[in-house]
Design a protein around this ligand. Sequence first.
Ligand SMILES: [Zn+2]
Length: 439
Amino acid sequence: MLNTEPFDDIDRLSPAELERWWVRRLRAVFTVAARELPFYRERFAAAGFDPASFRALDDLNRMPIFAKADLLAAQRKTQSQRLGIERGADEPGSRTTFSLSSGTAGTTFITHTARWRRAQGMSSSRAHWWAGLRPGGTLVMSAPAWHSYAAIQPFIAMRFGMRCVVVSGTYLPRFADRVVDALVHFRPRFVTMFLPMVFSILDAARRRGIAGNELFAGVGSLVVTGAAITPGMRAHLKALTGVERVAEIAGTSENLLAVDCAYAEGLHVVSDTCHAQVIDRKTGLPVADGERGSVVHCALIPYGSLYLRYDSGDVGVINHTPCACGLPSPRIKLLGRWEDCFSIGARALLPYDVQLALEEEVPELKGAACVITREGLAEGKLRLLLIEPHGASAVSLLDHARSALSRRFDVPVEITPVKDLPLRFKGVPPILSEREAEL
Ligand SMILES: [Zn+2]
């Protein structure tokens, strides 16, 4: 039973009905891809995959998965930003192409068409609805010019009839004071922000004598994105800002979009434009609920650059059990990227695991900003630089954390309290060398 206000009839489907809806949409999109897009025509033929034979979600297992490296190889081969995945790229006057250059692997390009913007804008409106956005009032938005999100932000504001404030430099910590100005001046009801920026904004406000709950007074929903948040981080953000609803949105420029509902136990896949699975890296088959694997997704709208069975390099878990909110789509949680995964002792860990361990072992340290150092990992140790906790008990908290983490991960642990961590474009890197930290 639906226990939340639906965005539209798709939200009212049962999980079984949504599955059938997805099968129909996927078959239609694969059919278009095989007919019109050379990249897929070749890959489907090589794998012996015929879209007409697609009858159930299990049939996805027969389809090849590809990743950014495959796109870069295709780009080298064609000597063009066009990869044969772009549909409608020649429609006059409607397309935009932008580069995805913020990753480390290389630059690829994405083309959007007017039809893509309309469909994706509606889908993103659904995501924001799930995160608590309602018509009216003011919306302060982050402005990631290097992300597909930038192309659909205006649609969301118009769809909900909201006054929309976009602050220049919202991803650059040194411009945090401008966001403070915007919050103070416009008093929004809804704020979306890149997670590390929330802390920079709170710091900038504090320097001006404005407390967090004063700064965020009147904000009903604070949506954070850009990093997986732990339960302790969510509680910490609520305590710092006084905002009742702190939601997380995860999305990739290539297609994936997921957002958590009020129950916040995983992010619902945004059903009308995106289908997502979590896949075992070795077998290429779906993992069981709760097991870690690669997040592989398919776009459901066949316009612009079309990503089908795309592995975006994210590590995730999936949960197909019904959610208390009644929304039909499964919930996923992106825990980090494979490139940030590190081995220590007998385990492969992500920075998320360290953050979670810290807050579970020493609740007073929930939301504590810390980084893992490469030098420590090279010596088989978990060495953390952690922003110095305040108060008389700080030393004993860190001692407690050292011994608890050491027991939990069965490796030597060192924790160095620091005053600052290096802020870069996109915030503090989760793993860095101590030289980079300039200590
Ligand atoms: Zn839910």
